[in-house]
Design a protein around this ligand. Structure first.
Ligand SMILES: *Cc1c(COP(=O)(O)O)cnc(C)c1O
Length: 373
């Protein structure tokens, strides 16, 4: 069968491997499996949210409030904007898709960092547009600036902090770049991990209200999937000038968030203590990974997120490390597909991380160092 030819270039997104697969394929007991491949919050969901979802389960026969009034109000309050500045997506993933569809077609260009969130490129290619990437893996604004001038892209993605590498640009540098971008280019600032970055270093903090009032061509994206621990509820949002939000709404399918997802997100916003506690523990635990890497003689990228990217340089082959970990029930993300000899590990709970180090010890001992091969 013939399909739309733009799809020939589209890769299928490779999600972190689910626990069920490791049980099935490697016979590891479900309770022994640690999933650190999708940057989920290891502390589970706030008890307030669980209670609310249980209470509302009886309402699931009803369509949700398609205006999403209450959630938009709550987000508008939190971020000091108006409801009309907010669009809700089935995960911020869906808002990325809206932004891409709002700007792109075969005759347009999109600019992004070489190693960044895979969905930007996937949604882009679905429109047949041209993708321009910086030569450096990590965000390099000098390169963004040069390529911006050369290509005049219709859409620019900045992932702050960046997934899958964990680095984060300073707000001041981002603003200096935005000063150079003209008003008809849409710039998406993906803040999926902003809660973490803001906690670690105030210089990284981007306030959506400030961003969109200074730069009327920007969309700020946030999600409930990471710090708010609601990955399974698929809820994210975009914040932008009303004119942009109005256009994004034309692309939104009706009832794109479930009744329970809406309630969960509203409730999660009321429990900031849970979020702050998760973030604080995250960075305590991250130190253990940094120390571990240093002890073992490999490097890591300083991270402003809830994951850390370990680079094996010429010591080990990352695909082997990831596979060996998987067979022992520890699921991580191998970055070979990005051309890097590295793995990305979500920072787990204290107990999980202790086990990860033990299993990693075993794996590294069993794998010969590549330099000895
Ligand atoms: C996780 C993530 C998202 C979106 O997640 P949703 O679950 O769709 O809200 C967006 N951008 C980045 C960089 C992410 O890591």
């Amino acid at each position: 069968m013939k399909f739309n030819t733009v799809l020939d270039e589209v890769k299928v997104y490779e999600a972190g491997k689910p626990i069920e697969l490791v049980v099935r394929e490697y016979g590891v007991a479900e309770n022994d499996i640690i999933k650190l491949a999708s940057n989920e919050n290891p502390y589970g969901t706030s008890p307030l949210v669980t209670k609310k979802v249980q209470e509302l389960a009886k309402n699931m026969f009803m369509y949700p409030d398609d205006s999403m009034y209450e959630l938009k109000e709550a987000l508008a309050n939190k971020f000091n904007v108006e409801s009309a500045n907010v669009v809700i997506g089935e995960g911020s993933d869906q808002v990325i898709d809206f932004c891409v569809k709002a700007k792109m077609n075969e005759n347009t260009k999109m600019l992004m960092s070489k190693t960044t969130f895979a969905m930007y490129e996937i949604y882009g290619k679905q429109t047949g547009c041209t993708i321009v990437k910086t030569p450096d893996d990590e965000h390099n604004l000098a390169q963004f600036s040069e390529l911006y001038k050369e290509h005049k892209p219709e859409l620019v993605f900045l992932c702050l902090p960046n997934n899958p590498l964990g680095e984060c640009l300073d707000k001041e540098d981002v603003y200096n770049f935005l000063d150079e971008v003209d008003s008809d280019t849409l710039v998406v600032v993906d803040g999926a991990y902003q809660e973490y970055a803001t906690f670690k270093d105030a210089k990284k903090a981007i306030e959506p209200a400030d961003l969109i009032s200074k730069y009327k061509n920007c969309v700020y994206l946030g999600t409930f999937s990471k710090a708010y621990a609601l990955g399974g509820m698929r809820t994210g949002y975009g914040i932008a000038q009303k004119e942009i939000v109005k256009t994004l709404h034309k692309l939104r399918p009706p009832f794109n968030i479930t009744t329970l997802s809406l309630a969960a997100a509203i409730e999660a916003l009321k429990d900031e203590a849970f979020v702050n506690d998760s973030i604080s523990k995250n960075f305590d635990e991250m130190k253990r990974y940094e120390e571990y890497a240093t002890t073992k003689g490999f490097s890591y990228i300083e991270s402003y997120t809830n994951f850390i990217t370990l680079k094996f340089d010429n010591l080990y082959i990352s695909a082997d490390v990831a596979q060996q970990l998987l067979e022992r029930g520890v699921i991580v993300r191998d970055l070979t597909g990005y051309g890097l000899n590295a793995i990305r590990i979500t920072i787990g709970s204290n107990e999980q991380n202790t086990r990860v180090f033990k299993v990693l010890d075993e794996v590294l001992t069993s794998l010969e160092k590549t330099e000895n091969l």
